[in-house]
Design a protein around this ligand. Structure first.
Ligand code: ZN
Length: 249
């Protein structure tokens, strides 16, 4: 049985028996994996403390062939932010990112770029004041949806495929159409919402998000949560907290 070294973000933790944890990690080389950390909740364990969600670490684990769950043998944190834990929006964004990574990725389906972007996002939550973090959350969600193959269509009308540009007379977003919808097509979608050009433009060109007004950012985040809920067929547990908090910053 070989020992495997990898980097991972803890995205889910469940207590197991008196003293152990079952952990889900999103790792750089193997994607999502489940590991048992035996004795991690004991006062004296080979792990210095119980392992917390959103900690980033160098991992060593063993995995037998044909077994779903491996055994964590070493956990050396490389990023564990006290700063994030002091900020209500930041900690909830971190929990939300962990939950979304768990919901949108499959076991043993690696996306090393998404791993790097997730670590970058956690560091941005740590480094930035809370009124600056909503654009980073939106960029993280767009990356995640891109790697998961679930990005809404924002460069063309999701129905008639007309190219997005500033000459559309009105802009709509429909979760059932799967993206932006032009004025000619919107009557077919009862769930559509009209968007100001600014919000549609940010969805079309997320790299310009630093220019966005707060009202556009809140509107885009609300749309993305509604869209992800539709794609996942369930609302992420952290979503309501995020929706409440983003209005305060
Ligand atoms: Zn159209």
């Amino acid at each position: 049985m070989a020992l495997i070294k990898d980097k991972g973000i803890c995205i889910r933790s469940t207590d197991y028996s008196e003293s152990s944890q079952i952990l889900t990690f999103f790792t750089a080389a193997s994607g999502k994996i489940s590991l048992i950390a035996k004795g991690s909740r004991r006062a004296k364990s080979s792990f210095s403390a119980p392992i917390e969600i959103c900690s980033v670490a160098d991992l060593v684990y063993s995995l037998r062939e044909n077994e779903k769950m491996g055994t964590l043998t070493e956990f050396n944190p490389t990023f564990f932010s006290i700063g994030i834990r002091k900020k209500l929006l930041a900690i909830n964004c971190a929990f939300f990112a962990a939950e979304l990574l768990n919901l949108f990725t499959k076991e043993h389906d690696p996306h090393p770029e998404l791993f790097d972007e997730s670590v970058t996002f956690l560091k941005r939550l740590d480094e930035n004041p809370e009124d600056k973090i909503l654009p980073f959350l939106i960029m993280f969600e767009i990356s995640l949806l891109t790697y998961a193959g679930s990005l809404p269509m924002t460069d063309i009308c999701a129905n008639c495929k007309r190219k997005f540009d500033a000459n559309w007379k009105q802009y709509f977003f429909s979760i059932t159409a799967g993206g932006l919808v032009c004025r000619d097509c919107e009557p077919a979608y009862i769930d559509k919402k009209m968007l100001p050009y600014q919000s549609a433009m940010i969805l079309n060109q997320p790299q310009k998000i630093s220019d966005a007004q707060k009202t556009s950012l809140v509107q885009i985040e609300e749309l993305l949560i509604e869209y992800m809920t539709y794609v996942l067929e369930k609302k992420p547990r952290t979503a309501d907290m995020i929706l409440r908090l983003i209005k305060n910053f």
